[in-house]
Design a protein around this ligand. Structure first.
Ligand SMILES: C[S@@+](CC[C@H](N)C(=O)[O-])C[C@H]1O[C@@H](n2cnc3c(N)ncnc32)[C@H](O)[C@@H]1O
Length: 502
């Protein structure tokens, strides 16, 4: 087996909710497809690396089947070791070239290729699209991310400089450092407020402290940005059409000034609308979902399309006694998105019902009944309120204030007597890696203490046992924070972030 650049410098696997079966199923349903639920699906990942994105899904959905393929044998070998250590039986990882890989005749409900298309030679790019076209199930969804234009033009400024400066360096371990020196040299040549400085700093921000990323992305021989419409044309040659962007909010025009929003939303052709949005935002990266050509798909979300989906929020009303019927707006706070204000009755009621409901999600019928009750209008779901509910929900979803899932998640929202994290979370924590929570999100353990705590959460220890064990494992200088209250706060933090499973 040949050694690739990814064998020489490893690209650690991560968790990408945007390419997960859950997200693809959700967006597919919102766009009118009858997607297969994640609990019972087949998913193929192209360029899966060490299987980092597949493993948590395989653990969450034991009845589903996951197949990964990657050219880098060392990454696949590592993934296989992890899979064996965790006793996972529903993943297969193959060392193979996307250009020649044959996954067999059985179609896949979901196909994901994250960070691959723009970074492989043209023949592999074509093969990747052809594979999606060949293997996608009739109601299936494919996820392909790629470097986009026109933002890619801006990215080429530091890229070309760094590639020029490192053209004689063959050792991949040495190139990122030399490349950064070139960027520093350029920055030292321009005044503080120069356009050039802003451009370079913006483009380099995502590569801070990540040499492997710089090497395999900006410094790579292949890094071919493409316009959205050209991507859609290429997909079209393989019987595929545009479904949606994987981040629902990426399709929203709400952040533009109202006249711009009206002009964009008036465009009948949704492909052209997307392309204009890319020009206006100088888009440099897309995460596009494709489905089979057939009946036109659209984002005119109806109540019927909500069937099978689960809704939840992490937002909380600022006032615990908030009432949806009170006049005036209601203020909410979301742990990651910050403060937001709900003005419309439907939005106020919706956010309140979700905030007071089960964090793991509720179905649309329950939500609707809750909203009717909150508004003290038992029949509200028959009329205008029902019509207002869907756009209100989607507007919150587009701003990441509400979560929409096709999967039914299983985790504890409270701290039990003997709290427990999943074996995989403990496995990751032991290796010093970021952990994955029960909804396929990444959680960076903020301290060594919390990491030690996670390692102890195997469901055998009470709070007292945990305090004793933590005290034994913590250096004297750090013992101060080891109180029963602080422990409960830490455990609740883990529960709030969907990291406790018992
Ligand atoms: C930038 S990494 C992305 C890895 C992973 N999808 C992620 O986003 O974390 C690109 C991956 O594609 C793989 N790759 C590149 N060319 C390939 C090919 N022709 N066939 C299969 N895999 C390939 C690389 O080995 C590498 O693991």
């Amino acid at each position: 087996v040949e050694t690739t650049a990814y064998d020489q410098v490893r690209y650690p696997g991560k968790f990408y909710p945007q390419s997960s079966a859950d997200r693809l199923a959700t967006l597919g349903r919102l766009c009118g497809l009858q997607t297969t639920l994640p609990a019972n699906c087949r998913l193929l990942e192209l360029g899966c690396g060490d299987g980092g994105n597949l493993i948590p899904q395989a653990l969450a959905f034991s009845q589903s089947h996951f197949v990964g393929v990657d050219l880098a044998a060392s990454a696949v070998e590592e993934g296989r070791r992890t899979i064996a250590a965790l006793g996972i039986e529903n993943i297969q990882l193959h060392v193979a070239d996307i250009a020649t890989f044959d996954p067999g005749p059985e179609p896949f409900d979901y196909i994901a290729a994250h960070g691959v298309l723009s970074w492989v030679p043209v023949e592999v790019r074509q093969a990747l699209m052809a594979l999606c076209g060949r293997c996608l199930a009739p109601q299936g969804v494919a996820y392909v991310s790629y470097s986009a234009l026109p933002g890619g033009y801006l990215r080429n400024v530091p890229r070309d400089l760094m590639r020029f400066h490192t053209r004689a360096i063959t050792d991949p371990q040495l190139r990122p450092r030399a490349a950064r020196e070139a960027v520093d040299f350029m920055l030292s040549a321009v005044p503080g407020n120069a356009f050039t400085r802003e451009l370079i700093e913006r483009e380099m921000a995502g590569f801070e402290g990540k040499d492997y990323f710089l090497l395999h992305d900006l410094l790579a021989d292949e890094n071919e940005p493409i316009y959205f419409l050209d991507f859609v044309d290429a997909a079209g040659e393989h019987g595929l059409q545009f479904l949606a962007e994987a981040e629902f909010g990426a399709m929203s025009t709400a952040a533009f000034p109202p006249p711009v929003q009206r002009q964009l939303d008036a465009l009948a052709n949704r492909l052209e609308r997307e392309q204009y949005i890319d020009f206006l935002r100088l888009c440099r990266f897309r995460q596009t979902l494709l489905c089979r050509k057939g009946p036109a798909v659209d984002l005119t979300v109806t109540v019927e399309r909500m069937a099978g989906l689960q809704f939840s929020t992490r937002a909380r009303p600022v006032r615990p006694d908030a009432d949806a019927n009170a006049t005036g707006p209601l203020d909410f706070r979301h742990p990651y998105q910050g403060a937001f204000r709900a003005d419309e009755p439907a939005t106020k009621a919706l956010a309140l019902v979700l905030a007071r409901g089960d964090r793991r999600g509720m179905d649309f019928a329950t939500l609707e009944a809750g909203v009717a009750q909150a508004l003290q209008q038992p029949g509200a779901h028959d009329g205008a309120m029902r019509a207002a509910l869907v756009p209100a929900l989607l507007s919150l979803y587009a701003r990441d204030l509400v979560e929409v899932h096709a999967a039914r998640w299983d985790f504890s929202t409270t701290v039990s007597v003997r709290p427990c994290t999943s074996p995989y979370v403990r496995w990751l924590a032991e290796r010093g890696a970021p952990v994955v929570n029960a909804v396929h999100g990444t959680f960076f353990l903020p301290s060594a203490l919390l990491r030690r705590l996670v390692l102890l959460l195997d469901g055998t220890r009470s709070a007292d046992d945990l305090l004793d064990a933590l005290a034994a494992a913590t250096p004297p200088a750090e013992q101060e924070g080891l109180t029963a209250e602080a422990l409960q706060r830490r455990l609740q933090l883990l529960a709030d972030n969907a990291l406790l499973v018992g």
